[in-house]
Write a protein that binds this ligand. Structure first.
Ligand SMILES: [Zn+2]
Ligand SMILES: [Zn+2]
Length: 376
């Protein structure tokens, strides 16, 4: 009997010498068994007795680990295959492993997953099949529950200084909020949602899931239109642990004057066509064509008189160009010829020009009266 001869510790049969395990790796107890003892209680596949898949019936999210995740799938069979596949294990000693799963739909909420495995262990080809029953539990995820319950943590109110936001401003503000939240959702943030958009006569009210996102939306609205943001926290409740829970109302107040308005800053140099009111108010002087910029910082309103807007402009006939500073046009109401200031944007070859008549007189408007805000 050679000294290197080994015996199976279970049945005592001699076993051929096994290769030494890799340095640092312990020899598994089962590794010293003879083939027949080894295969006696060998499982190629480690499979759970059953798998339950919790899905949100509203949004299709699935519960994985201890949280809800969006999987972007409506087909629960695919989800069941994935969940079962992730729960299956193959014995580490198996080589040349092949496997597949085949769903058998029992009813709407039950699938029998037939799992087939083959592999080679100790030079012996093995095959094993297991059936894993999968049940689909349709629930409501926390997010859908909150939306359905009208939950929100912040309210963004879009208002304007001493006026009502225009329909265009209101709709643009809503779009800004929707795309801000959609971007968060796309990044997988399940806390991002809009509970409600309410178009009130004073401007839109937008209910948003978190204070932080309400603040972000208000800032983007200010970035687009200028104006100010007011914050009003209100204590709404105490949570289960006795912590105070605040809801914050963010009022995004759009500036009094916006691109296209004509105002008189009352500085003696005549009316100004407003080009932009983000940061400082910027515009064009209608008497000369010179640029105008208010001395006022963001959110402050210069003392000015509202004279109308480019929408009130009318085309009228140029009678004669008098000199560098004056031009004669027909008053669009009375058809009298009137001498008015000639701004540098006036084209001396033009037969017709847009004019605005207000109580500060008749003024020629630039042809391109309103800058596209997005190009700035
Ligand atoms: Zn044995
Ligand atoms: Zn859901």
């Amino acid at each position: 009997m050679s000294e290197s001869r080994d015996f199976c510790p279970r049945c005592g049969d001699p076993v051929p010498e096994r290769p030494e395990p890799l340095p640092g790796m312990p020899r598994e107890r089962d590794d010293v068994l003879c083939d027949s003892c080894y295969f006696e209680d060998f499982d190629l596949v480690d499979a759970p007795d059953e798998v339950q898949v919790r899905v949100c019936a509203q949004c299709g999210a699935i519960h994985r680990g201890n949280r809800w995740v969006d999987v972007g799938a409506r087909d629960y069979t695919d989800i069941a295959i994935e969940e079962v596949s992730n729960s299956l294990g193959v014995h580490l000693n198996a080589e040349e492993v092949r496997w597949g799963v085949e769903p058998e739909q029992v009813d709407q909420n039950n699938i029998r997953m037939h799992c087939h495995f083959s592999g080679v262990v100790r030079g012996t080809p093995l095959e094993e099949s297991v059936v894993v029953p999968v049940s689909i539990a349709r629930e409501t995820c926390q997010r859908c529950g909150r939306i359905a319950g009208g939950y929100f943590a912040s309210l963004v109110q879009v208002r304007a200084d001493d006026r009502t936001p225009t329909t265009e401003e209101a709709e643009t503000a809503i779009e800004i909020a929707e795309s801000y939240i959609a971007e968060r959702e796309d990044k997988g943030d399940r806390n991002a949602f809009i509970t409600e958009v309410n178009r009130t006569p004073d401007g839109p009210n937008i209910k948003i899931s978190t204070n932080q996102m309400g603040s972000g939306v208000a800032k983007q609205i200010r970035e687009r239109f200028g104006g100010t943001i007011e914050e009003h926290p209100t204590l709404v409740t105490e949570d289960g642990d006795g912590n105070e829970v605040y809801r914050v109302t963010f009022v995004a107040r759009l500036p009094r004057y916006t691109a296209g308005d004509v105002i008189d800053p009352e500085d003696g140099d005549g009316p100004v066509l407003v080009r932009s009111n983000r940061g400082r108010l910027k515009g064009t002087r209608l008497t000369s064509g010179d640029p105008y910029e208010s001395e006022f910082e963001e959110g402050e309103r210069p003392e000015a008189e509202d004279l109308g807007s480019v929408e009130d402009a009318e085309e009228t006939t140029v009678v004669t160009v008098e000199d560098e500073h004056a031009v004669q046009v027909l008053d669009p109401e009375t058809y009298e010829a009137k001498t008015i200031p000639r701004p540098d944007y006036f084209d001396p070859d033009a037969a017709m020009v847009p004019v605005l008549k207000s109580h500060s007189g008749l003024h020629i408007l630039p042809e391109e009266a309103v800058d596209d805000e997005d190009e700035e």
